[in-house]
Structures are given as structure tokens and as C-alpha cells.
Design a protein around this ligand. Structure first.
Ligand SMILES: [Zn+2]
Length: 449
């Protein structure tokens, strides 16, 4: 498909106008884009006139990339290294979010107050319309109590936003409970039972796990709204959550870089948020793909963020554009996403029961203990064996690597013990993290029979 055809079909006049403005802003305020767009004409006719961007390139040119010259990677790194600052504003105004990211390398993302407000507005509007008047009324009667089940201790976007909200006053401080995904399942369950949240927010794998707990009768909560963060529920998990909690879980397709890219509709499709983003599914050669074909990757342009322009940013997801009009009535193009499903490791616990461990539980823990590593990967080589591959830059000394490994092992053992998984062995692999045949990098690779 040539680019004009895609553009004519899926990019509105308004989006093109916003892109033109963003490009102009980027090339005049960011040294990185000034250089990158040297040969780009002043007026953009086709999306393909703009070179694509990647997280690793933008991150390695951070100081030239950001449009506020007072921000440096060194200062921001110091801020991020301090976990007591989670939820605080950088330079007293920037909201900070990091990604552990699919390449295993961290990305740092910041938004100014106007950008943060705009994102929050889009997010709120989308949630309210999903909930509908009936559930909104239920929520008012029963009271707002939000349980946020998430990774804590790092500046991840969600926890950073939640901690900030809690710090704003008693209203939210009393109504939000943060629950760490690293806590033992039994503790998470008893906290939820005691708090009786009306809103539950968490990673797909945690929501799926809580669904099993509710279905087994150990958990007894009646949420009015469930929001799935970061990962995606499989279709069968989506159905199961719905039937166990009597609430259809809400999901948004997005990423830390572009938080509110596209909400899910009740027909099960994500609809492009044409006010916030431009999405371009591409094949291996970087050319646009037709509706009905799974893409190799996805380019996202964030139309809202001027602090860190992300234009034709390769996010690595495979999507499929709906060739038909969606039944829900939303006229924006709709799509499905592959390759983001919540990876879970199936294991057998000490009592011989099948047990599902969310992959993110390992990812967030490892990320914390292997400071300075370029990448890591967990491979479940047998049902009870986890092999961990680490890649360090040459300047990180062997002694530090060994020390980090020992700490990590202790923490992983605790996590496994908590879940009665004492038979699981952890192996330090001599191999380096590897990509899959298609080029996709998976941080956790479950065992396949
Ligand atoms: Zn729809």
C-alpha cells in the first residue's frame, strides 16, 4: 500500500494539520529533530517524508531530543534513581514515567502540566463513557475506593500518577490503596477483602490471577469498574473476568510513551484516538500494511507531547486494522493488538497444584536489581527451571555483576517461596538475551511443550 493511500484512508485532515505543527515545533526546538529533518521539506505531504524514530536513538540523544533545554539526562537520572521522589514533579512541573521496556532498556518520559492535564482529560472521558450512567450512579452510592495493584519502588507511570494523586489531599489519600504485585498472593487477597474496592486497577496478569482467587472463593469483592493496565487480557481471560466479577474489564491500548492512544470498545476493538495520536501499521520494509493484515510493527506519533516529540516512533507492536466498520458505532478506525498478551508462566506448586505466575512479577523485580545492565531475559526452559540471561556493558565489573546476581537470586527465591514454588530452580545463563525470529524481543519466554 503506498503511503498516500494509507494517509487518505486513516489520517484525518485535523491530524495532518497537528502533525505539521508538531514537526515545525520539533525541528525548531529540538537539536535532534533539527538534524534528523535536515532534508525534510517545510510542508509535509506524505508521512513517509519523515524518518522513523526509536526509543534507543532518542534516549541516547536525550539532551538534544527534549525541547526544554534546562532538562538533562544526568539530572533526570538522579531524580529517577531516588525512589523517595516517586510521584513528585521533576523541576516542580514535569510528570515523570519510566519504562522497563520491551528492549530491556529503560526509557524516561516526561510531560509538562498542560500535556499531563490533556492526557488525564482524555483518560477520564473514555473511562466515564465505558462505565455508563448506571455504573457511575452505583459508584457514587457505594463510594470511590481504588485498589491499584502494581509494581512499586520505581518511577513507573501508573504508580507515579497514583502516588501524586494520593499526595494531593485527604480525599484521594483515603480512597486509594496501593498494593504491591510482589506481595504474596494471600496478602493481596486479604488486603482486597478488607478494603472492598469499587475500582480495581492492575496488570492483566494480576487481574487474571485475582479472577481465579474470586472464583475459588478466597477473594470476595464487588468492583464496579476494573481497569487493565500495561498488558492485555486474552479473549478468554476477558470473558472470565466479565463472568466472575460481572463487570466488563476496561482496557486502553497505549504505552508509557503514549498513555491514552486508543480505548477498547465493547465489541473488542481498540479505536484510534485521532485527537491524540497517528498510528501507522508497517511491514518489515517499513511500508504501510492493508487493513486485515497483521503488521510487523507500529509507528506512533504522539500529537500531545511537545516536551519530547515522538514522531513516527517505532513501538514494536503488531496490529491488525479492522477492514470493516465497527458495530459499536465509533467511526474512528479500529484494530486488534498482538504480541502484548499477558505472558504468564505456568508452574506446579509444592502441593502439586497448577499455578500461574505473571511474567511482569519477574520483570519488575529483575529490573530493580540489575542496575546498569543493557538487557535481560527470563527463559522458562522446563516447567520448574528459570534461566536468566543478562547483558552488561563492558564498564560494569564482574564483581558488581556477581553481587547483583546474588541479591537478585535472594529476592527471586523469596518471591517463589511466598507462592509455594520451592521446587523452581534459577539458573544464571551464560548466553545473552536473544530476539525471536521475527525480530520481536520478549523479556519473558514461557515454556512451550
Ligand atoms: Zn468499536
Amino acid at each position: 500500500m503506498d503511503s498516500m493511500e494509507y494517509q487518505d484512508k486513516y489520517v484525518t485532515k485535523d491530524q495532518r494539520q497537528k502533525l505539521q505543527e508538531l514537526v515545525e515545533y520539533a525541528r525548531t526546538h529540538s537539536e535532534y529533530y533539527k538534524e534528523l529533518y535536515k532534508k525534510v521539506p517545510a510542508t509535509i505531504h506524505s508521512l513517509e517524508e519523515l524518518p522513523t524514530t526509536r526509543k534507543s536513538d532518542l534516549m541516547s540523544h536525550f539532551d538534544d531530543w527534549v525541547t526544554d533545554k534546562s532538562i538533562t539526562i544526568d539530572e533526570l537520572s538522579r531524580f529517577i534513581a531516588d525512589s523517595s521522589l516517586i510521584g513528585s514533579k521533576f523541576h516542580d512541573k514535569y510528570h515523570v514515567a519510566i519504562t522497563s521496556g520491551t528492549t530491556g532498556k529503560n526509557g524516561f518520559f516526561i510531560t509538562n502540566p498542560a500535556e499531563t492535564k490533556l492526557s488525564a482529560k482524555i483518560n477520564k472521558k473514555s473511562k466515564f463513557s465505558w462505565m455508563g450512567a448506571g455504573n457511575m450512579a452505583k459508584l457514587l452510592v457505594r463510594g470511590v475506593r481504588i485498589a491499584a495493584i502494581t509494581a512499586v519502588g520505581e518511577h513507573y507511570g501508573f504508580i507515579s500518577g497514583i502516588v501524586h494523586m494520593k499526595s494531593e489531599g485527604r480525599y484521594w489519600a483515603d480512597r486509594i490503596r496501593v498494593i504491591s504485585i510482589h506481595d504474596p498472593v494471600s496478602r493481596i487477597v486479604s488486603e482486597l477483602n478488607a478494603f472492598q474496592p469499587t475500582i480495581i486497577m492492575g496488570y492483566a496478569s494480576m487481574i487474571a490471577m485475582m479472577t481465579s482467587e474470586q472464583s475459588a472463593g478466597r477473594l470476595a469483592v464487588k468492583p464496579v469498574f476494573i481497569e487493565v493496565m500495561s498488558e492485555k487480557l486474552t479473549d478468554s481471560e476477558f470473558e472470565k473476568v466479565g463472568s466472575v466479577f460481572h463487570v466488563k474489564p476496561y482496557q486502553m491500548y497505549g504505552a508509557t510513551e503514549i498513555p491514552f492512544a486508543s480505548p477498547l470498545c465493547k465489541c473488542g476493538w481498540y479505536h484510534m484516538n485521532t485527537k491524540a495520536v497517528i498510528l501507522e501499521p508497517i511491514d518489515e520494509k517499513g511500508e504501510h500494511v492493508l487493513a486485515g493484515t497483521m503488521s510487523h510493527s507500529l509507528l506512533i506519533t504522539n500529537l500531545l507531547n511537545r516536551t519530547q516529540p515522538m514522531i513516527r516512533y517505532d513501538i514494536g507492536d503488531s496490529i491488525l486494522i479492522n477492514p470493516d466498520k465497527c458495530q459499536c458505532g465509533n467511526k474512528n478506525p479500529s484494530f486488534k493488538v498482538q504480541g502484548r498478551s499477558a505472558d504468564s508462566l505456568h508452574m506446579v506448586n509444592d502441593e502439586g497444584e497448577q499455578f500461574m505466575v505473571p511474567a511482569l512479577m519477574f520483570v519488575t523485580l529483575i529490573d530493580k536489581f540489575v542496575q546498569g545492565a543493557d538487557a535481560f531475559q527470563v527463559i522458562q526452559t522446563a516447567p520448574s527451571v528459570l534461566e536468566i540471561r543478562l547483558q552488561y556493558p563492558p564498564e560494569i565489573k564482574e564483581s558488581l555483576r556477581d553481587q547483583q546476581w546474588e541479591q537478585l537470586c535472594d529476592e527471586l527465591k523469596k518471591l517463589l517461596q511466598d507462592r509455594k514454588l520451592n521446587k523452581v530452580t534459577i539458573v544464571r545463563s551464560l548466553e545473552l538475551p536473544k530476539r525471536e525470529k521475527g525480530g520481536k524481543f520478549r523479556m519473558v519466554v514461557p515454556y512451550r511443550r
